[in-house]
Design a protein around this ligand. Structure first.
Ligand SMILES: Nc1nc2c(ncn2[C@@H]2O[C@H](COP(=O)(O)OP(=O)(O)O)[C@@H](O)[C@H]2O)c(=O)[nH]1
Ligand SMILES: [Mg+2]
Length: 442
């Protein structure tokens, strides 16, 4: 087998920075330390202040070297971290020297974590959590990612997979030893109960309203209303910049324009949309369709009404969405209608702080509605849906009394989907449970 490459990379932000961290992982680490460090290979887990030399013996820099001996390291391999002065020339020199060594190359994106996964240091859900933690820009995203890194999510998935493994073990025994008794329809009742309980647990996670994904990707607020209500002006005000074109000509906005804000510790996307009206203009009509679609997918809809204009019949607002009714242009005339959640002027800013605070409170309430969301990304949701479908099929087969072979087939499929969440697909799990839970040799 070919020896594994040793990988290296700048682990800290781009230079110049106060300190640059260069991370090295792989079989060449001890050689590298022996060759390049004045200190030689430092004791494991003890910071060593040392000169670092290049191949000609010229110093690259003086810095700290930290050695971790595999498997007691992040990647599970021997690793060396060099803390250098964060100048561009220092970093370039160090990486040039390292990658010129035999068997050493620059790491691919995520490769250190991939090695950690391959070494069994973390599962796939935890690895995804690490990626999310690095990307996190809000408190909400950070808290969710940290829970995922620390294995909170993995524990839920693993417990489902273990339940399923137990069920599969039961069924396998019934398939393999049908004449040992105990396989009457009554005998399958506990199996059906356990299966139903597992399906119910997965359904609870699936019915979380997509909160985990929203925290990760952002909540959605759509601004909807008649042409000239002031939607684009409001969006620009919320963005603090001229993101959308504002004119006195109705029908100016045709596409959906989105801006990103942080409100209540969560990412919130505001979407400006085309004014809702009957139109023969093909492009504008498409804009109206997009507006309705955007609103239908939003967590919250701001229905903006020109408070200075005569009242109009309400536009066809999408069912299901939470709607805030907002009267605009309060600077022009005191609006007559009283039945509004907010009265604002996007021009002067009047009422905007209250509107933002209200939106923040509603988003915060949504985010808190599910205490610890299980599903944080589409990959998980899809796998769970597929796993759930296989479980439901197993249950239907059991109820129809159609034979344990088919049930086992469905359960194995479901187990594969649940295992994929953690990145582990292993029949040994099933075999282990079969042989430990039953006295096969009796
Ligand atoms: N006086 C006043 N004019 C506004 C206000 N908001 C928007 N407008 C004006 O109303 C017109 C239509 O605004 P716009 O934002 O393009 O409306 P949209 O069609 O709903 O996007 C423009 O001439 C804006 O300057 C406001 O709060 N006060
Ligand atoms: Mg507009």
């Amino acid at each position: 087998m070919r020896a594994r490459d040793t990988i290296c990379a700048l682990a800290s932000g781009p230079p110049p920075s106060a300190i640059a961290v260069i991370r090295i992982s792989g079989p060449a680490v001890t050689d590298i330390a022996g060759k390049l460090l004045a200190s030689g290979l430092p004791d494991a887990r003890r910071a060593a202040l040392t000169y670092i030399y290049d191949e000609t013996g010229a110093p690259i820099d003086q810095g700290i070297a930290l050695y971790a001996k595999g498997p007691a390291s992040y990647t599970g391999e021997d690793t060396l971290e060099l803390y250098l002065h964060g100048g561009r020339a220092v970093v370039d020199h160090a990486l040039r020297v390292l990658t010129a060594l035999p068997g050493v190359r620059l790491a691919e994106p995520g490769e250190f974590t991939r090695r950690a996964f391959e070494a069994g240091k973390l599962d796939l859900a935890q690895a995804e959590g690490i990626a999310d933690l690095i990307e996190a820009e809000t408190d909400g995203q950070k808290a969710q990612a940290l829970r995922q890194v620390s294995g909170g999510l993995s524990a839920t998935y693993a417990s489902w997979r273990d339940d399923l493994t137990g069920l599969l073990a039961l069924v396998e025994v019934m398939v393999d030893f049908p004449d040992e008794g105990d396989v009457s329809p009554e005998a399958s009742a506990p199996l059906r109960d356990k299966l139903s309980a597992l399906i119910a647990e997965i359904d609870t996670a699936l019915g979380d309203g997509g909160i985990g994904e929203r925290i990760r990707e952002g909540f959605r607020v759509a601004i909807l209303g008649a042409p000239n209500a002031g939607k684009s002006t409001l969006l620009n005000r919320l963005a603090g910049r001229e993101a959308a074109i504002v004119t006195a000509t109705p029908g100016t906005t045709r596409d959906v324009i989105e801006i990103r804000r942080t409100l209540g510790g969560q990412v919130v996307w505001f979407a400006d949309t085309a004014g809702l009206r009957e139109t023969s203009d093909e492009i504008e009509a498409e804009g109206v369709r997009r507006a309705i679609r955007t609103a239908a997918e939003a967590d919250l809809v701001i229905h903006l009404i020109d408070g200075s204009a005569p009242p109009e019949p309400p536009p066809p607002l999408p069912f299901g969405a939470e709607i805030l009714t907002v009267l605009s242009k309060s600077d022009l005339s005191a609006p007559a209608a009283a039945c509004a959640d907010h009265i604002i002027s996007a021009l002067t800013g009047e009422g905007l702080a209250a509107l933002e605070a209200d939106i923040a409170a509603r988003i915060t309430a949504r985010a808190a509605a599910v205490e610890a969301p299980v599903i944080t990304r589409l990959r998980h949701r899809e796998r769970l849906l597929q796993g759930r479908a296989a479980l439901a099929s197993a249950l239907a087969t059991l109820e129809a009394g159609d034979g344990f072979e088919l049930v086992a087939e469905d359960l194995r499929l479901a187990a594969r989907h649940l295992s994929a969440l953690l990145g582990r697909v292993d029949v040994e799990d099933v075999l282990g449970a079969v042989f430990s839970a039953f006295c096969i040799g009796k």
